[in-house]
Each structure stands twice: as structure tokens, then as C-alpha cells.
Design a protein around this ligand. Structure first.
Ligand code: SPV
Ligand code: MG
Length: 557
């Protein structure tokens, strides 16, 4: 489903090709040698859906808009309320809207003002019917009174004289057939309205067959475009109307009726079941609504225009794995949700990020994902967590991997200053390494550790300003070659994030991404010439792999 950029209400957004105004587009439909179709819409979302379906134009139905507002089709909604609705519809779409203007909202003078306002709001044309204000829907009752022909012709002239745009259309709707005045009256009125300057005639009928409409069209010939509304005579094949030269067919109320059925069914069902189970699959997802509203455009615009958003640091936390070594502690939850002094580990980590003013946090879940549930977190899921690696998890949040971004494992704890230090350090890709890694356990192979080799070792004389470059990262280095242990915390600048995204794409391309770990990713970046910086710390962190670590964590806090 494609979403649409916001539009100039009157014409298409800027593009190189010359664009037609919406009123010119409607005029072209009226004059087209082909039969054309307008589909009913009654608000912004239905207008978008009509456009998305491929229609070239919209019928803003009076009946449908009234129904959507919960009022009768009897001019109960004021014309300015209708105008408000139309503005939303026009802003949401690029195709022209022909508005059902009822009887013109009063006399010639009211219509003049309405036509000007419609033009200002990007509406391409108005259809007015030769009945009396306040109007009654044509399908209600018999023999509704008709407007005086001369009065109605004056109204048409006033409308045409008031249009702001030469291509704006005024369609005159003839109600003589539907009100039982007969074919002769219908033809007489159509001729008078055409003479008065109407851009087209809408001939209406409520017969079950299309005979009187076909007769009218044959009789009328090609004097001017004719619009029809086959709501009751829908069984007549469209080809028959095509053959007699119909200009436009209006499908007049089928979106509001479809929506009514769907809304009734869902409301009754949810009311009856007191549950949403079984409902999801039959209805549009929230994501679809976001797409229809073009939320992604807003996200892009925020990057451009909001001072904070560009500089704001985001965080991605990988928390998909169970932590098997923790046995029964992780039977019903992953290790990131294990309680550490009254709070899940992940909550502590999120708090540390929040305290560093990092609020946009994405957490990639996997094992027992429903138990990983904290407020204000953007959750992503790696449902293949058992068979895939960390790069697959990271890919779930790849759209967040831009701008300044902190990467963290979900099973680590560290002192606040470590994060502050990392954020203050320049460099496109920066890892935090513990130079005192042996303090915890001198055997490098005692657990699976992400060990680093760097160009410069940690020294007590080491100055903050000195840049330390990573030369290799892995699990199996000889003790003498190891300068530290990566603690599972990294920072990417915008450029660094771009490099990481590109490398992940390359790994996906050569089939190595699925099972790859973060160290595989960093190692590839080094191999391809990328500079990765390291900042050393000395302790003040831990990762939680087993019950002993958990005990350490209690002490750490
Ligand atoms: C409308 O859609 O509001 C119309 C067409 O005016 S009809 O309801 O058929 O009269
Ligand atoms: Mg109507």
C-alpha cells in the first residue's frame, strides 16, 4: 500500500512534468471520450482509499457525508461543516473531487459563496440539484417539489460566474424523472441548464432498470456530458451506458454502506464476546492506518526540521536470547527480565539510558517475548532467535540504526559514567573494552568473552585524548595478545551507522548474516578497512551469564 505525500489542495505537488489542476482533471474526465467513474468518499480516509483503488475521481456524496457525521441527508450539516470535511478529503488526495452540493445551500447568492470557498479548498466541481432547500434525499418519498427552472438557471449562472478557476465544473442535476415529472420535463430542464452554462447534466432515476436513463441519453445525444448514478438500476450492464455515450458513472454511496456493515459487525461481535480474540485477522492493522496517514513522511520531516531529533541519540538493545546457563531462572523469561534487586535487568539498563537522556530505545526480543514488556520501548522481534545470531537481531531494528546510536547487549550492567564517556568520545564506531578483564577471571576461555586486540594497550599513563584502534575482536586470543574485553556496549555516529548498515546488507547478500555475531560484524568492518575505536575502562561493569553473575550483580548494585 503506498502512502501519499501531502498535496497542494488545488493541484499535484511540484514535479517536473506539467501538472493539471484538480479542476482541469475533472473537466478532462467530463470531456473524455471514454466512460469514466467516480467513487463515493465521505472523509479523508475513504478519499485516500478511493484514490488507492485506482479511481480517477471522487464523488463527495451528501448522503454519505451526512451519514458519516451521524445526521440526515437534509442539510442538517451546515455547508461550512461539509466544507471542512471536503478540505480533509482534498488534502489527502491528488484526484479531483466532485462535491454533491445538494440544492446549492440556499439561493444563487449562497451558491456563489460556496463555489468560491470550494475553489479555495481544492474542490474541482459542484453538482447542484433542481430541488428546494432544505433538500430531501431523492430516494425518500414521491413527487418531491422541483425548483423553478428560471430560478435554477440563475443559480447555475451565478455559480459559473463565481468560480475562481476556469476549469471548475458546475453540474446541473435534473430531478424531473425521479420526482415523476416525466421525460419531456427532464429534457426541457436539461436543455435549459445546459443553456445556462452547466458543464454537464446529471440525470437521476430511481427505477430498478436503467431504461429511462438510457432513453434520456439517446434523446439527449452529445449536447453536453451526462453523468448518471446507477444506485437502483445497478443491474444494467455498464456497457449499455457506455454505448449511449455516458460521460461519468457515479458509484454514489458504496463506501459508507460497506463501512457501516463492517463497523456494525465488528462492534456487535466485540460487544458480544467481550474480547478481541479472532477479530484481528478480519480488519485493517494499525500499521495500515499508519501507512494510510503516511506516518513515514512525518518521521522524515522530523529528521529535517526538529532540532532534537537529528542530534538525539538512540539506543538498540539486543535481548533475544534466553540465557540457558541460568537454568530455571530463565524458564519463563529471558535473562534480560531476570530480577536484579527488585527490578528486571532490562529495566535497570533502560533507566541508565534514560538518565543519559536517551529516550528512543529499541529492544529486540526473542525468547518468551511476551514477558519482555516495559513502557515506552520500541519492541522488535527476532522470532528466529534460536537459530539465528545477533546480526539477525540487530537487523530487526535496522531502521533505528542511523544518526547517533548506542548499541548494547540486554544482559549487561555498567556504571553511568561508562555511558557518558562513550557518548563523549569521537569516532564513527567506538567500543567500550574492559582493560581489567582478568580481574574477574584470569582465564580468557573461562566463558565466551568478546576479547579485543588493539593498536595501543591500556596503560596507567593513558590519556583520554589518545585514540585507541581496534585491530581484532574474537574469542580465542592468546592471553598476551589481549588488551581487553568488549563489554557489549558500542556507539555509532551517523556515518558509522551507515557503514554498519552497509556491512549488514553485504552479509545478507553473501548469506553470512543469519548466524553472524556482533564480533563477526566488527571483524568484517576491520577487514574492509573501517577504523573502530576503543575506549578502555577498568571494571565497573558486568554481564550476567549465570547464577554467580547474578549474585555479583546484587553486590554491584
Ligand atoms: C448522494 O450521494 O448524496 C446523492 C446521490 O445525492 S443519491 O443519494 O442517489 O441521491
Ligand atoms: Mg445527495
Amino acid at each position: 500500500m503506498s502512502s501519499l505525500p501531502p498535496t497542494d489542495p488545488v493541484s499535484e505537488p511540484m514535479s517536473k512534468a506539467p501538472t493539471l489542476t484538480k479542476s482541469a482533471k475533472l473537466k478532462a474526465l467530463l470531456r473524455s471520450p471514454e466512460i469514466e467513474f467516480l467513487m463515493e468518499a465521505h472523509d479523508g480516509i475513504s478519499a485516500k482509499i478511493v484514490e488507492e483503488a485506482g479511481f480517477k475521481g471522487i464523488w463527495a456524496s451528501g448522503l454519505a457525508m451526512s451519514a458519516a457525521l451521524g445526521v440526515r441527508d437534509s442539510n442538517e450539516a451546515s455547508w461550512t461543516q461539509v466544507l471542512e470535511m471536503l478540505e480533509f478529503m482534498a488534502d489527502a488526495t491528488r484526484i479531483p473531487i466532485l462535491v454533491d452540493g445538494d440544492t446549492g445551500y440556499g439561493n444563487f447568492n449562497n451558491l456563489r459563496r460556496a463555489v468560491r470557498k470550494l475553489g479555495q479548498r481544492g474542490i474541482a466541481g459542484i453538482c447542484i440539484e433542481d430541488k428546494l432547500f432544505p433538500k430531501t434525499n431523492s430516494f425518500i418519498g414521491e413527487g418531491q417539489p422541483l425548483a423553478d427552472i428560471d430560478e435554477f438557471c440563475g443559480k447555475i449562472k451565478a455559480g459559473k460566474d463565481s468560480q475562481l478557476d476556469d476549469d471548475f465544473s458546475v453540474i446541473a442535476r435534473v430531478e424531473a424523472l425521479i420526482s415523476g415529472w416525466g421525460m419531456e420535463e427532464a429534457l426541457k430542464r436539461a436543455a435549459a441548464y445546459h443553456e445556462a452554462g452547466a458543464d454537464g447534466i446529471l440525470i437521476h432515476s430511481k427505477q430498478r432498470d436503467g431504461v429511462e436513463i438510457l432513453d434520456f441519453l439517446k434523446e439527449w445525444g452529445n449536447r453536453c456530458p451526462v453523468v448518471i448514478v446507477p444506485t437502483t438500476y445497478y443491474q444494467t450492464p455498464t456497457d449499455e451506458f457506455r454505448e449511449v455515450g455516458t460521460s461519468i458513472v457515479i458509484w454514489a454511496n458504496h463506501n459508507i454502506r460497506a463501512a457501516t456493515t463492517a463497523m456494525r459487525e465488528i462492534s456487535r461481535r466485540i460487544h458480544r464476546d467481550q474480547s478481541l480474540s479472532g477479530v484481528e485477522d478480519g480488519i485493517a492493522s494499525v500499521k495500515e492506518l499508519f501507512e494510510l496517514a503516511d506516518n513515514s513522511e512525518l518521521a522524515e520531516a522530523e529528521k529535517m526540521y526538529l532540532p532534537n531529533s537529528q542530534g538525539e541519540t538512540k539506543a538498540i538493545i539486543l535481548a533475544a536470547s534466553r540465557g540457558k546457563e541460568m537454568a530455571e531462572l530463565t524458564e519463563d523469561r529471558p535473562k534480560c527480565m531476570v530480577d536484579v534487586r527488585g527490578q528486571p535487568l532490562l529495566r535497570r539498563l533502560v533507566t541508565t539510558f534514560n538518565q543519559a537522556s536517551i529516550r528512543k530505545i529499541s529492544v529486540v526480543r526473542g525468547y518468551k517475548k511476551s514477558t519482555v514488556n516495559l513502557p515506552s520501548i520500541d519492541f522488535r522481534d527476532n522470532d528466529d532467535f534460536e537459530t539465528s545470531g545477533e546480526v539477525t537481531s540487530l537487523s530487526q531494528a535496522i531502521d533505528q540504526l542511523n544518526g547517533k546510536c548506542i548499541f548494547s547487549y540486554g544482559d549487561i550492567l555498567f556504571r553511568h559514567y561508562v555511558l557518558d564517556l562513550l557518548m563523549e568520545t569521537d569516532g564513527d564506531i567506538v567500543l567500550v573494552a574492559d582493560a581489567m578483564w582478568q580481574e574477574r577471571d584470569p582465564n580468557p576461555q573461562s566463558r565466551l568473552r568478546d576479547l579485543v586486540q588493539c593498536q595501543e594497550p591500556f596503560t596507567t599513563k593513558y590519556l583520554d585524548e589518545d585514540e585507541v584502534q581496534l585491530t581484532s575482536i574474537g574469542h580465542d586470543f592468546a592471553a598476551d595478545d589481549i588488551q581487553g574485553e568488549w563489554i557489549g556496549l558500542a556507539k555509532f555516529s551517523d556515518a558509522g551507522a551507515e557503514r554498519v548498515r552497509a556491512e549488514i546488507a553485504a552479509m545478507q547478500g553473501d548469506g553470512t548474516a543469519t548466524e553472524a555475531s556482533m564480533i563477526d560484524l566488527f571483524e568484517r568492518l576491520i577487514q574492509s578497512g573501517e577504523t573502530i575505536h576503543v575506549i578502555y575502562i577498568s571494571g565497573h561493569w558486568l554481564d550476567i551469564d549465570n547464577a554467580d553473575d547474578l549474585a555479583d550483580a546484587q553486590k554491584f548494585l
